[in-house]
Design a protein around this ligand. Sequence first.
Ligand SMILES: *Cc1c(COP(=O)(O)O)cnc(C)c1O
Length: 411
Amino acid sequence: MNEALPFLPFLPFALPDIGEDEIAEVVDTLRSGWVTTGPKAKRFEQDFSAFLEARPSAKGQPALPALQAIAVNSATAGLHLALEALGIGPGDEVITTTHTFTATAEVVRYLGADVVLVDIDPQTLTIDPARVEAAITPRTRALIPVHFGGLAADMGALLAIAERHGLKVVEDAAHALPTTYRGALVGTLASDATVFSFYANKTITTGEGGMVVTRHAEVARRIKLMRLHGMNRDAFDRFTATVPSWYYEVVAPGFKYNLTDIAAAIGIHQLKRAQAFCEQRARIAAHYAKGLTGLPLLLPPPAPAGELHAWHLYVVRLTDDAPIGRDAFIERLFALGIGASVHYIPLHLHPYWRDRYALRPEQFAHSQRAYERTVSLPIYPRMSEADVERVAAAVRTALAADGALIAAGAP
Ligand SMILES: *Cc1c(COP(=O)(O)O)cnc(C)c1O
């Protein structure tokens, strides 16, 4: 199979799957005369909370207040709003994982609070609860777990720590639609707020967008207020009211974080496909698990039996037996026409975080080691069986002793 590889177009690392229903809904929105936050954003919010509540939550949980979903223009905005609503501010510390995207942590700095980064569990690559507990100080106010790659963080342990120490919990669920923990969907757990992302490469997309969900009426009210300039009436409310409606009051210096109806139109139909997308991603993950055996690779752990893994990412790690390093591996994959990426360059290595908190790699041994060996392979619903086979074959070739020659000769 090495010689005379047929010409194949480059297989990108990620691709959105936008269907005709999404396109028709966007067109309908454009023709409707209402393009910013309005009826479609409202419908998307209602559909989103219904999606999360449709699945029976974890057994033994007492009846909980209804979930409120608040659409925003990014998960970053949602994380910022959730922490703001929970009262995080100067002098506070918020603990999160170093093995994440910078958005998880930067929002803490927006509020003048400090970020305390901790290491991960080396198997799951999610935040290590023991390290969280060890990092708590009298200034600690909140935790931000990340469901890395779509696998739930150890929420049982994290929520117990939060309860013991009186801390708020905001889940960064940018990878986790849909993910379950002990049978309950992420978004319905006992944290204070959960934030989803609809960025272009996430499990569902609106181009840019996000959703905050919470069961706390007061937190929801504050987030709705702050997502639109701190105005106590939004534009759709005013322009559709049947009484003279020019009047509103600004009660706080809010932000401009509302989701447009154009984006929500896409989200309404993406959400309907979320379950099917997840099944397709799970099939690809299962296919990889079979196709990548016997190689010097550590494959990502599956979800515990009966749980949903959103499979936003498929992260493999080179073992000590691998003939090449991570960078060469990615270069060979690229030469073989396969896009790949790295999740993540840990925050402790980025100049801002490193210098601001005087961080050293030795403080984050598991994250550091994972980073040095980690490669994310393509995983998205539009990949065909043949695409998955092709990636697996390229991985085998790239890891063969003569992989460089083969890669160099590939079209
Ligand atoms: C994508 C991502 C975000 C930010 O999402 P946006 O919608 O682009 O703001 C935050 N955290 C993690 C872990 C992400 O992967």
